[in-house]
Design a protein around this ligand. Sequence first.
Ligand code: SF4
Length: 74
Amino acid sequence: MAKIIHYRDKCIGCNICFEMQPEYWRISRKDGKATLVNGKLKKDTTILSIPDDDIEKSKDTATHCPVKIIKVFE
Ligand code: SF4
């Protein structure tokens, strides 16, 4: 199964990931950074397994992140 990995510390809270995939992303009211919904914390990353059907859209979202902190692995 594919995974999205988010390096949250470097998030600048631009909102693009939420606009592109609201099913996966929220912007935290606490610190204004993006949060991967239902993701699992592992050290300084958040990881979420996604269905193969969402790989292309998730890669597109990752491409649009201005600080390149979203990675998609197949
Ligand atoms: S697109 Fe990148 S920088 Fe912008 S809110 Fe999402 S994770 Fe943060």
